[in-house]
Design a protein around this ligand. Structure first.
Ligand SMILES: Cc1cc2nc3c(=O)[nH]c(=O)nc-3n(C[C@H](O)[C@H](O)[C@H](O)COP(=O)(O)OP(=O)(O)OC[C@H]3O[C@@H](n4cnc5c(N)ncnc54)[C@H](O)[C@@H]3O)c2cc1C
Length: 410
């Protein structure tokens, strides 16, 4: 099969047979309980190696990149297959978290905006996990207002030279490639002078410095570019179109955080119910109420996800519904944290140092706040929903239409 995968109805027999194939694979390759092999957050080479090996076996089994075209390393199936896979995978531990950005954001952007040559060169290794990708938008002076970013790309013959700094780049320390947004024309208004590029993260002009987090991990990085080089044909999309691509990529990120299938976004209530039972808390009426509330909200999250997947299957890049999903996902994550704390009790604060996974409650709880920030903060999602769903007026911008180079920056 070539080209973009299409969605078709699957009959019951085809669904059963696919579900069976997935279930055989999961039985053979996964465990029911999650050890902490690989988070986006940690400096965890072993977890990254596990993720790569696991993704390789998914690819060998024809289960990687299910809805992506087979010409570019995908399985050439449909979004319905992905949905069935995600459902079947609930309750299993898939050690793919270090690949979340690579697959949740970079892969759809490559598929949507890459040239045929770029897709043929980069997508198969991305899908099989042979190469891992990060995304580089945020800068010290450009987070929520990412369009004001300063990293420069200047054309030099058949290459672009990159100078500047990114920050909060998740996973950059183990990534092979990155998708970068840089300023190519400072004389244009801020949204118009940006271009997107594929960057080789292993070159000498790219320096990755990890940042330590409250959870103890060091998953984000500062990334410094000093005369880093990008071949001209690694430009993604048209010159000056970087903002449009960035908005699409951010929406893929919001969907992935708020409505993706497994990994970061898997339903937590089944595991928490089991944990409450195992720890003897299942008769606590307040906790039972919290768990029931969580379960109901996770069903709603599932419906939001279905709506978005239907839009994507219809050929649309997700719009403001991505912000609804992301905001809902962040609010849900806080409820998960609160219920987890109630179940874990003191184990969320202190644990036996000889228990290798003893810190899992604390790490998960401390990481929750970041979900309200990554991919655009809750406030930014509310602004988008206000403007694009509710039709409220835009925020005032005294520099609207001004050249980026004329706007004061601290
Ligand atoms: C877990 C995690 C992973 C991340 N991974 C990546 C990554 O891989 N790549 C990458 O490029 N970036 C990444 N980021 C960075 C993230 O995108 C930014 O942190 C985020 O966009 C906010 O930017 P900022 O930190 O500069 O905060 P600021 O933009 O300075 O915001 C500070 C506060 O002001 C509020 N605020 C700002 N503007 C408005 C407004 N217009 N209206 C109302 N309130 C406003 C914000 O909501 C926030 O509370 C990650 C962040 C986290 C937490």
């Amino acid at each position: 099969m070539s080209g973009q995968s299409v969605d078709s109805e699957l009959d019951e027999t085809a669904e059963d047979s696919f579900r069976n194939r997935v279930s055989v694979f999961l039985e053979a390759n996964c465990s029911r309980t999650g050890d902490r092999s690989g988070t986006i957050g940690d400096d965890d080479p072993e977890g990254v190696a596990t993720a790569k090996a696991f993704q390789g076996s998914m690819a060998d089994a024809g289960l990687a990149g299910l809805a992506f075209p087979s010409d570019f390393g995908g399985a050439g199936l449909t979004n319905r297959h992905q949905e069935l896979f995600d459902r079947e995978a609930q309750g299993w531990h898939l050690p793919t978290t270090p690949l979340s950005i690579s697959h949740g954001m970079c892969l759809p952007v490559l598929n949507q905006f890459g040239t045929p040559e770029q897709k043929a060169r980069f997508m198969p290794d991305n899908i099989s996990g042979a190469s891992i990708w990060c995304q580089m938008f945020s800068e010290p002076g450009a987070g929520s207002d990412v369009a004001s970013l300063s990293t420069r790309a200047v054309r030099d013959g058949d290459e672009w030279i990159i100078e500047g700094q990114k920050v909060w780049t998740s996973g950059a320390h183990y990534c092979d490639y990155g998708i970068l947004v840089a300023r190519t024309d400072p004389s244009m208004p801020k949204h118009k002078g940006l271009t997107m590029f594929i960057v080789d993260m292993r070159q000498p002009g790219v320096e990755v410095r990890p940042l330590r987090q409250i959870s103890g991990g060091s998953g984000f990085n500062e990334v410094f570019f000093t005369e880093a080089r990008v071949p001209a044909d690694w430009q993604l999309g048209d010159l000056g179109q970087g903002w449009n691509l960035a908005v699409s990529m951010l929406m893929f990120e919001r969907v992935s955080i708020g409505a993706g299938g497994g990994g970061l976004n898997a339903d937590r209530s089944p595991g928490l119910i089991q944990a409450a039972q195992a720890l003897g808390h299942s008769h606590d009426p307040v906790l039972r109420q919290g768990l029931a509330d969580l379960w109901i909200r996770e069903q709603i999250k599932g419906y939001i996800g279905q709506r978005i997947r239907a839009a994507v299957a219809g050929g649309r890049v997700p719009g403001p519904e991505g912000s609804l999903a992301k905001l809902n996902g962040a609010l849900l994550a806080r409820r998960v944290r609160d219920v987890s704390l109630a179940i874990a009790g003191s184990a969320a604060q202190a644990w036996d140092p000889d228990d290798a996974g003893g810190d899992r409650w604390a790490v998960a709880c401390l990481s929750t706040a970041g979900i309200s920030i990554a991919g655009g903060t809750d406030e930014v999602q509310r602004n988008i929903i206000g403007e694009r769903v509710l039709g409220l007026p835009k925020e005032p911008d005294q520099y609207k239409g001004a050249a980026w180079e004329d706007i004061p920056r601290s």
